[in-house]
Design a protein around this ligand. Structure first.
Ligand code: HAM
Length: 422
């Protein structure tokens, strides 16, 4: 019997995993510069959290969650995204009571959605996301968007498009909602069954329907921007001013509605324009979600954040043919000849590694020539050759693989010799 990996998941093997580590380390460094601190929440939560947090009318909650009953019959869901869990923790652990606000958090971890797998779309994928809770300053909107752009740019991506929109505050949204219902209701039977449900639940989501995308009423639908009240307009203008001051170009797209229910005010997406990137071009999505903390039982708290998947980021790097500066060379490969030398190499390697050197040896009883080949494959900077003969004289021959020069040093001194050279 043989086993295959579940559809929509991947094994990330050595050779590829270094890219992931590089991207993750870059994201962590950047978060430190912006002073976002890491939060780690469970991979599964009570289903109700996502139903409330992400929203009953979303595709995620209706069709895409990995939900199961645990042994005590409680409904559990593998997290489809990180915002609901982060806000749950913020409320439950009373992070709002911390004198230093806003609370700026980030996470990197696997998310699960039962979607139809295709290029750039997985059932398990890794999101890097940030959430800033407790500030209503449009400068924090610009900061969050800038951080996302910064990550892509730091990694070398050039073909990026930032699209922003405002979904307005509660008052603006209510007015827009009524206009949308009046617009779609008379002909709602021409729309898919999902849209018919959305009409009453959340008519904004109709604008995001993939099935009815080409219906003529879509194009003439009332735009949110016409319904923004003065406060919402001012807020949106300020976000744009700050982005402009940071030198970040963007487009305003009144059709950008996002697929989750919790958004208001700023919504944004970053896409890749790279040729051959594929059908799914969205790299990153986010927005403001004032009210989410309250919806899940916490105090009224403004919040904004984004999430992006490492899978799509790596695909964008590939489409733009960007090589990450990953080095996999080692400091020293120990080549041995003879049984006693082979035994001595075991503790020598241990000492080298204790001293902080990246060191390796052969474990397959290879001939000397094959050991040298192995050293090459490891891109060893130095090769230390130890034969029984050298062992008797208490020396080891150290070869610099770049210059080809070789020196004999005493075994006791080889580590300090290498450390001084590297
Ligand atoms: P989202 O738009 O559902 O938003 O997902 C954000 C990002 O996650 C997408 O832009 C994409 O990079 C990645 N992603 C989503 N689904 C998949 C998939 N099936 N395969 C690969 N990558 C995927 C959220 O998740 C919100 N929590 C973002 C947010 C944070 N809003 C405020 N704070």
């Amino acid at each position: 019997m043989s086993f295959q990996i579940p559809r929509g998941t991947q094994d990330i093997l050595p050779g590829e995993v270094e890219k992931w580590q590089f991207v993750e380390n870059t994201a962590r460094d950047l978060c430190n510069r912006y002073q976002y601190k890491e939060i780690r929440t469970p991979i599964f939560e009570h289903t109700e959290l996502f139903a409330r947090g992400v929203g009953e009318s979303t595709d995620i909650v209706q069709k895409e969650m990995y939900t199961f009953l645990d042994r005590k019959g409680r409904s559990i869901t593998l997290r489809p995204e990180g915002t609901a869990s982060t806000v749950r923790s913020f409320v439950e652990k009373k992070l709002y009571a911390n004198p230093s606000q806003p609370t700026k958090l980030y996470y990197i971890g696997p998310m699960f959605r039962y979607e139809r797998p295709q290029t750039g779309r997985f059932r398990q994928f890794v999101q890097f996301g940030v959430e800033a809770l407790g500030s209503n300053d449009p400068a924090i909107d610009a900061e969050v968007i800038s951080l996302a752009m910064n990550l892509y740019q730091t990694l070398g991506l050039k073909s990026l498009k930032l699209v922003i929109n405002s979904l307005g505050d509660a008052e603006s949204r209510k007015a827009h909602r009524e206009a949308l219902i009046a617009h779609f209701e008379p002909r709602i039977e021409e729309f898919c069954s999902d849209c018919q449900t959305r009409l009453k639940q959340n008519p904004l989501r109709i604008l995001d329907c993939k099935k009815d995308r080409d219906h003529e009423l879509m194009e003439t639908a009332p735009s949110i921007l016409e319904f923004l009240n003065d406060d919402s307009k001012k807020y949106f203008q300020k976000v744009q001013d700050y982005l402009g001051a940071n030198g970040i170009s963007f487009e305003v797209d009144p059709g950008l509605v996002r697929g989750l229910d919790y958004y208001n005010h700023t919504a944004f997406e970053i896409m890749s324009n790279a040729e051959g990137f594929g059908a799914i071009t969205t790299l990153c999505g986010g927005g403001r979600y004032n009210g989410l903390a309250q919806d899940i039982g916490g105090p009224e708290t403004p919040g904004i954040g984004f999430a992006l998947s490492i899978e799509r980021l790596l695909a964008a790097l590939e489409a733009e043919k960007i090589e990450l500066p990953i080095t996999s060379s080692i400091d020293c490969y120990v080549v041995t000849m003879g049984d006693q030398a082979k035994d001595r190499a075991v503790s020598l390697l241990y000492e080298m590694r204790n001293a902080g050197l990246i060191a390796e040896k052969d474990y397959e009883d290879k001939k000397m020539k094959a050991q040298f080949k192995s050293a090459d494959r490891h891109q060893a900077k130095y090769v230390a050759v130890l034969g029984d003969d050298e062992l008797e004289r208490n020396v080891i021959a150290v070869k610099n693989m770049e210059t080809g020069t070789q020196e004999e040093v005493s075994i006791e001194e080889v580590i300090s010799y290498l450390t001084s050279k590297l």
